[in-house]
Design a protein. Structure first.
Lengths: 283, 546
């Protein structure tokens, strides 16, 4: 429990402007790289290093303040609002790509393969899913099945949700051993998931002819699973930090916002995967 | 929440008042809601003049038929950048600036709920606008495919140049900035209100911003997703908007306007909030229909999500789609009508005086309503086939943005600057600014209705001679409007530096403290306010709902 009854308001902040500088340097570098400028990659690395420095510095500061009891109950509520609406914005971001998949499968592909479009433009086009379009963009490919690695990955991620909750129970019951073991399992399962996905991508590119350029199927497949995979990485890194802090003796049963936020994020990533498994792989 | 604690002093101490840090660094690392509000407002004012200068280039080129001053690609860059700068650099940040200043003052909070993130929101905005502005100096120039960035046009080599990835990453940064700002506002309003202030006691400005914040969180990621797909279509061989690969360029339009329509309400809802704050003070009456105002705002926000394809009536929607989006759009007139009725009823039999903020607010009610009526005309799908992509559209949305959002931002400046600075602005120059603005803005935009109905298309640097007369009149109005805004700049600077020198009372405006909390604080405002929340909140503004 915090020792203060007052709402903590910091009077200066140096990390935000440093983080912004890092991010804009990284993005300017990326844009230069896309334009074929040789300075691009170097800028990206510099920007990334500044950004990582910011993350380490800012989160260390927050953890220290939290552990020294500077946050009261209301500060915790503000943080929870922050995390909750951040996750909501992420859900919307994924919804755009799910919506794109829905629109493509149910509207644009049938339109391309029917009526005057079929008659006049592409009589040979058979509008079935999966497709790389009437132009066969990216050449022949084999679609990704659901019951091999993807199903295994579903089980892995669902299990990691359980271990995460088990760790939380450990934290609440003041069982530090269970907390740490649960977190180790969760992080390990997270990285296992990412490794399997990397293996799956490798198979797709080398064996199945399936790439990001494989028409609209390849586009939606890699964009949805790719952004999700990135979020799993971020979630696993966040949980690693929580694990590190748990080993250091941080968190109390009545005060562990960082753990909660990480767990919320992890469950969000979990739910998105279920959506992916159903709409990208299964149907 | 009983009090506030700061970094140096961990005791809750109600009278302990830290001033700002010394030097310029104060503005870089500040977490104070007033400092950050000032940064937002000054940045928005600067961008208002940058975007305004671009508009002057546009009106100069259109003064006469033929190509006079700029080449067509640069002209198209100007229309694109004018829109992006005004929307993302001027109007939105200005309202975030007002939110930063006013929301904590109005709800009795010591500061925003997440002060460090507040600082980051501002700097992300600056970074995003810098990234966008940098394209002006690049080979191939700034983006010139229109602010909507429609594919396939915007993906063509001739329209892209080097600018596209910079513009896209700029959108990402601006999106992050807006989402962080919105989250902060939501957390502040829900978590930092004075304990005695119920949701239905909140001033309408706070209500409209709460609803706007939800709109922002719900649609900025949509825009980010859309431009991300543009990026991968251009650079990573995806086919989202490429029919040959099974995609569809119309999908981009759907996604863009699913963002874009709520986006225009993001710019107008806080406008409604400020108008609902100012009009009752100068009518010396409580706001008429407080509860109905709250519900109308919520209804407009909800409707904004289900009307997007009225921007796309000519794209080839199925008939059922045309009909649905037509009727759904018309429904927006109902809650909007409620609002206009309430403002009018607030003034009815009021003891009105006409200081500059009130003049701008009344002009807003009249001229925004006109913009609303042309909107209603365009909602009729078969009629819109005639208006689509003409100057009629340009006239419509400028009426809802310039004599509405921008006028209300001016009104807010005149209304609150005396409270913030402790100095009174020069009323004579303020009124002069108002009268020149209100006349010239109509000379500028009203003829564009005629041009549009006669068939003059948007976004072209040259036109048939039949459009010459009204274009010249519109340009003359534009130049006068543009130059007269320097009066506002003068007044802002003059007021900050001492204004008329007259002593400003705590209330500033007669009986203002009955309406809202900020007027019960000392003038000029101390650096920290409401370190202990107020025990009583004014309820004049909500009289109707109790």
């Amino acid at each position: 429990m915090s020792t203060n009854t007052a709402y903590y308001i910091p009077h200066k902040a140096t990390w935000p402007v440093i983080g912004t500088a890092g991010l804009v340097t990284m993005l300017a570098g990326f844009a230069n790289y896309l334009n074929g400028s040789s300075i691009g990659p170097a800028l990206m690395v510099v920007g990334l290093l500044i950004f990582i420095t910011m993350l380490v510095g800012w989160f260390t500061l927050q953890a220290t303040e939290s552990e020294t009891g500077m946050y009261n109950h209301e500060v915790g509520i503000s943080y929870r609002h922050g995390m909750m609406w951040f996750i909501f914005s992420e859900i919307v971001f994924f919804a755009v790509f799910f919506g794109t998949l829905w629109y493509t499968r149910n509207l644009s592909v049938p339109w391309l393969g029917g009526g005057a479009t079929k008659e006049l433009l592409w009589p040979a086009f058979d509008a079935t899913w999966p497709t790389n379009g009437p132009g066969k963009v990216g050449g022949d490919f084999e679609p990704m099945g659901a019951w091999g690695l993807p199903f295994l990955n579903t089980l892995i991620l669902l299990t990691s949700g359980v271990t995460c909750t088990w760790a939380h129970h450990g934290l609440l019951a003041k069982n530090r051993d269970q907390l740490i073991k649960g977190l180790i399992a969760t992080v390990a399962l997270g990285f296992l998931f990412v490794s399997f996905q990397a293996f799956e991508y490798h198979e797709a590119y080398t064996e199945m002819g399936l790439t990001l350029g494989s028409g609209v199927y390849g586009s939606t497949f890699f964009m949805l699973t790719g952004f999700h995979g990135f979020h799993v990485c971020v979630g696993a890194i966040i949980l690693s930090v929580v694990l590190f802090r748990s080993v250091r003796g941080h968190f109390k049963p009545e005060n562990h916002f960082a753990f909660e936020a990480a767990a919320w994020y992890w469950h969000f990533v979990d739910v998105v995967w279920l959506g992916l498994f159903i709409f990208v792989y299964l149907l | 929440m009983s009090a506030v604690v700061d970094e140096h002093d961990h005791h809750a101490d109600d009278h302990h008042d830290h001033g700002p840090a010394k030097g310029l660094l104060r503005w870089v690392i500040t977490t104070n809601h007033k400092d950050i509000g000032t940064l937002y407002l000054l940045f928005a004012l600067a961008m208002f003049f940058v975007g305004g200068a671009m508009a002057m280039v546009i009106r100069a080129e259109l003064f006469e038929p033929g190509l006079q001053f700029v080449d067509p690609a640069f002209f198209n860059s100007m229309t694109t950048m004018h829109a992006l700068v005004m929307v993302f650099g001027a109007v939105m940040p200005a309202f975030v600036g007002l939110a930063n200043w006013q929301i904590p003052l109005m709800i009795g909070a010591a500061d925003m709920a997440l002060p460090r993130m507040n600082n980051m929101s501002f700097w992300m905005l600056v970074a995003g606008v810098l990234l966008l502005a940098s394209t002006l100096f690049m080979e191939g120039g700034a983006p010139n495919g229109g602010w909507t960035l429609y594919p396939p046009l915007v993906l063509q080599p001739i329209t892209v140049g080097k600018a596209l990835p910079f513009a896209i990453f700029s959108v990402h940064l601006l999106g992050i900035s807006s989402i962080m700002g919105a989250i902060n506002i939501i957390a502040t309003i829900f978590n930092m209100r004075a304990p005695s202030m119920k949701l239905m006691d909140m001033p309408l400005f706070v209500w409209t911003w709460l609803i706007t914040a939800f709109l922002l969180i719900a649609v900025m990621p949509v825009f980010a997703g859309a431009v991300t797909m543009l990026l991968t279509d251009k650079f990573f061989h995806t086919s989202f908007f490429n029919a040959a690969g099974g995609g569809d360029p119309v999908l981009y339009e759907h996604i863009f306007w699913f963002f874009g329509h709520p986006e225009v309400y993001i710019m107008i809802l806080p406008t409604f909030g400020v108008a609902s704050t100012i009009i009752p003070v100068f009518a010396r009456k409580p706001l008429f229909g407080y509860a109905s105002m709250v519900w109308a705002t919520g209804s407009i926000a909800f409707l904004s999500f289900i009307v997007w394809a009225h921007h796309m009536f000519t794209v080839g929607l199925p008939l059922a789609g045309e009909l649905y989006f037509m009727y759904a759009t018309m429904i927006i007139a109902v809650p909007t009508g409620v609002k206009v009725f309430n403002w009018t009823a607030t003034m009815w039999k009021g003891a009105m005086t006409f200081e500059t903020p009130m003049l701008f607010s009344i002009a807003f009610v009249v001229l925004f309503t006109m913009g609303g009526f042309t909107g209603l005309m365009m909602s009729i799908a078969p009629s819109d086939f005639q208006y689509h992509d003409t100057y009629f559209i340009v006239a419509h949305f400028h009426y809802t943005l310039v004599p509405a959002s921008v006028f209300i931002l001016m009104a807010a400046g005149y209304f609150w600057l005396p409270k913030w600075t402790g100095n009174m602005y020069n009323e004579k120059i303020g009124q002069l600014h108002f009268w020149i603005s209100v006349v010239s803005v109509n000379v500028l935009f009203f003829p564009q209705h005629f041009l549009g109905l006669a068939g003059m298309p948007r976004r072209i640097p040259d036109y048939a001679v039949q459009f010459a007369d009204w274009n010249m009149i519109s340009s003359i109005g534009g130049f006068i409007f543009g130059i007269s805004q320097l009066l506002f700049l003068y007044i802002v600077i003059d007021t900050i530096r001492g204004g008329t020198g007259e002593k400003v009372s705590d209330e500033v405006w007669e009986d203002a403290a009955k309406h809202s909390l900020e007027w019960t604080l000392p003038t000029p405002l101390p650096y920290h306010t409401w370190t202990t929340p107020p025990s009583v909140v004014p309820t004049e503004h909500v009289l109707d709902s109790h």
